[in-house]
Design a protein around this ligand. Sequence first.
Ligand SMILES: *Cc1c(COP(=O)(O)O)cnc(C)c1O
Length: 456
Amino acid sequence: MANKQKRFILTENEIPTAWYNIVADMKNKPMLPLHPGTRKPVTVEDMAHIFTLEASKQELNQTDAWIEIPEAVREQYKNYRCTPLVRATELEKALDTPAHIYFKNESVSPVGSHKLNSALPQAYYAKKEGIESLTTETGAGQWGTALSYAGKAFGVDIKVYMVKVSFQQKPYRRSIMQTFGANVIASPSDTTKAGRAILAKDPDYTGSLGTAISEAIELALETPNCRYALGSVLSHVSLHQTIIGLEAEKQMEMAGEYPDIVIGCFGGGSNFSGIAFPFMRHSLLEGKQTRFIAAEPASCPKLTRGQFHMDFGDEAGYTPLLPMYTLGHNFKPAAIHAGGLRYHGAGVTVSQLLKDGLMEAVDIKQLDTFKAAQLFAQTEGIVPAPESSHAICAAINEALKCKEEGKQKTILFNLSGHGLIDMTAYDQYLSGTMTNFELTQEEIDANIAELKKIIN
Ligand SMILES: *Cc1c(COP(=O)(O)O)cnc(C)c1O
């Protein structure tokens, strides 16, 4: 029987000592990424031109289920981990649902999101390998903020390409990155070939993660002793994020429950993987029956309406070709406020799991996410990030289904971040001027047809 406890807290000593690499336990391994030039499977050496060596090794590791967390990274994790698991008792009451709803609160990290879980190890590996600077992209500003913090923590210089629409909508994220000492540039910019090419085609283009990634990779390739760090999509990022689910597993045990449904919002897949993979391990190894739901924006629906195809991770085509669910790397996502979810593709591990039916996906409209966010704020007292609100909305939908069917299920979702720096978005919602962005099947088909012309 579950008790009525509100928060489930672990001590510093209980911070996990290893991340979980789900690929080792998957029957169907994800296909290997292909080198963009030779179209042969990439090697660790290929990857290490762009990423740190350790991240490259982790990316292609399909055999070790557990990867040790370096002691220096665990020390840094102590600044905010373990994060609380919270029973959303007030939300349950408001919904009048028999469901038990829990959330893992990653918004308590110093940068306000889960992103720091991977930024810290990536900056640590850079320092250890003698790399002096890291470049990266950022959408909503969350990843850029996390890497700026981590760069400062380990003594690595950080240069961030920030998607222009966010640079304009979220000036305070830029100030936070600069406060941590990073150099921030609005993307597309005229500082790279990739940026200049896109601006030449469309001078008013407000940018996308795909474009910003191209710019950051180009700079890393052309600067001595510099590497690139990615905040989502790739398997090593998901690996680092499994610390979320590993803690949650222990905390659910404290609560005396095991989730029937695990939910995360979905941009490139890192926070979803983080909360889901440790639980999915029991589905893979012990046949446990759990539903895993990725909640993506209706205006950027790669999982629910995209295709499984080889595609680039970035707009200009610098990254390896990744086997993934995608809308095509030329897809231009609408300017929704959940900037961190404006990405055309999904990670290769998640893509394989979706293909194999081990998880599901739902798409959610912008207005519905803010309605859910407001209810969550009014009940649980936390203003959620627009990204996280997709997970909240999906959790509410499942809890309402439980009510309809008179079933008591246990729902766990990841609160990937808070929205305290996203109040312009809330203003728009509260003033009634926010809109949904409709995306027609023709638009999706046209974009995928274009992709198939480039990559066959
Ligand atoms: C970046 C971000 C996301 C989306 O990225 P994933 O890699 O899919 O997790 C979700 N929520 C928040 C708060 C973010 O900053």
